[in-house]
Design a protein around this ligand. Structure first.
Ligand code: ARG
Length: 480
């Protein structure tokens, strides 16, 4: 049963209305954020002499006791409309009247914004760490596979030869952009909302900068009316998470295809290959399919909050409580996905021979042959046409381009010399892509260096985010 505090509504409030409007089931996950936020607030009230320092200390210590009891499993927020009221009620039960001082110069509107910002800040740090680990793993694999060649695909048709390192770096580049997106979301969350009260600030002589420093935010939010209704930091976070999940899903689709017998580029180890309840021969890529599937809820979470916000008037509106479901679940879901992807990547084995055979079996070198003709002075369109004719002829005779006799080519264009024919080797094809952004080894080396650097940066940035445990420890001891 939920207690009827005045904050929830008057005595006439119907119990079902109270139950319906409660957020405790979800926001008890914000207990630690709520407690450190309250500790910082009451320390500030004491330092500003808005409260007697001894009262402020008593409340701060009482909040500290709640933290420890929650950790020991001897207390959990319950019996109130939300986590904020549950904390205040528990404090009242332990301390008596002095607990009533805690909410001085504060509203649940700025309080919940604080809890969510603290939560989002930590989630961004976790995402950054997970991504740094993933990019590092992709780079390790790229190092191992500098010489593994495979076809690239456009329209899911074989296109041009690339190295496997290039394919791996492509996904690492996507995840490195995701790091930037989380970095942006982290920056958005990194402003202290506390002190704006319900909407318009307070006439009591608070010092928001003291609270800001205690909770290690970089800045203050600038307008209370904006602050209490602002969930943009959460949107940015959900966007980063959704986009990252979409990148994961694309990588997984490549792996799912590569693991099929049609491609045969990849073998799944027993540790991740799933079976079928009926077909004994199956080695299914369920882990990668599920990772792809989980991009659905990730995109849904972003849509959910966007639609919740759409059309709200300025200031706080209770609709905002619907942010909880998605904001609380998106980060942990993303981190679980990144861990599963790491596990998956550690359990795929690339079949170098099959990859190479796929290159040599078709006509993926056609563009290289045309470019070799261009190198001899043949205009590109003419070269394109000549190679096109040659490929069509080879296909009709069932010959892979690499096995077409030189004479047959010469009959189509005199430019087909032994030198031009040398470009049919896929390794040479990859090696000749020397410019930036190409699949050549020098370009790969540059890409890997940039990626390595962004992984390092993300890791450092994440480590700079204060932990709730660290804040708690400091707030338990600071002088008032
Ligand atoms: N449970 C509410 C929430 O999570 C707390 C804020 C309520 N504010 C109010 N004015 N009713 O959004």
């Amino acid at each position: 049963l939920i207690a009827k505090t005045d904050a929830a509504g008057g005595p006439q409030l119907h119990p079902e209305a109270l139950a319906f409007t409660s957020s405790l089931e979800l926001d008890r996950a914000l207990l630690k954020e709520d407690l450190v936020g309250s500790m910082a607030h009451v320390v500030m009230l004491g330092r500003q002499r808005i409260l007697e320092p001894k009262d402020a200390r008593a409340v701060r210590d009482g909040l500290g006791q709640l933290w420890l009891s929650a950790q020991a499993g001897t207390w959990a927020p319950a019996g109130e409309e939300d986590v904020h009221m549950a904390v205040e009620a528990a404090l009242d039960a332990r301390l008596g009247a002095v607990a009533g001082l805690l909410h001085t110069a504060r509203s649940r509107n700025d309080q919940v914004a604080l809890d969510l910002r603290l939560f989002t800040r930590a989630q961004c740090a976790d995402a950054l760490k997970g991504l740094a680990q993933l990019v590092s793993r992709l780079l390790e694999m790229a190092q191992e596979h500098a010489d593994t060649m495979l076809p690239s695909y456009t329209h899911r048709q074989r296109a041009q030869p690339i190295s496997l390192a290039y394919w791996l770096c492509a996904y690492a580049a996507m995840f490195s952009r995701d790091m930037k997106a989380f970095d942006f979301a982290l920056d958005g969350a990194d402003a202290l909302p506390l002190g704006v009260g319900a909407i318009a600030g307070t006439s009591l002589p608070i010092d928001r900068d003291v609270t800001r420093e205690l909770l290690q935010f970089s800045r203050l939010t600038e307008n209370g009316l904006d602050t209490v209704g602002d969930r943009d930091f959460a949107l940015d976070f959900l966007y980063a998470a959704a986009r990252c999940a979409v990148h994961v899903s694309r990588l997984c689709t490549d792996l799912i295809d590569f693991a099929s017998s049609e491609f045969g580029f990849v073998r799944l180890s027993d540790a991740i290959a799933c079976g079928s309840s009926m077909m004994p021969q199956k080695r299914n890529p369920d882990l990668f399919e599920l990772l792809r599937g989980k991009s659905g809820p990730a995109v849904g979470d972003l849509m959910s909050l966007l639609v919740t916000l759409k059309g709200l008037p300025g200031g706080y509106n209770r609709d905002l409580q619907e942010d909880r479901r998605v904001v609380l679940s998106a980060g942990p879901a993303l981190c679980a996905n990144l861990r599963a992807l790491l596990l998956g990547l550690g359990n795929v084995q690339f079949d170098k021979e099959r990859c190479l055979a796929a290159l040599e079996g078709g006509a993926t070198q056609a563009t290289d042959v045309a470019e070799a003709l261009v190198g001899l002075g043949v205009p590109f369109r003419e070269a394109y046409q000549a190679v096109g004719t040659l490929v069509a002829k080879a296909q009709k005779e069932g010959l892979p381009l690499s096995t077409v006799p030189l004479e047959m080519a010469r009959a189509i264009h005199p430019g087909f010399t032994a030198q031009v024919w040398g470009t049919l080797d896929p390794r040479g094809s990859v090696g000749r892509k020397v410019n930036e952004g190409g699949t050549g080894p020098a370009s790969i080396a540059r890409q890997m260096e940039t990626l390595r650097q962004s992984a390092r940066l993300a890791q450092t940035r994440a480590e700079g985010v204060p932990s709730l445990e660290g804040l708690f420890k400091r707030l338990s001891e600071v002088g008032i």
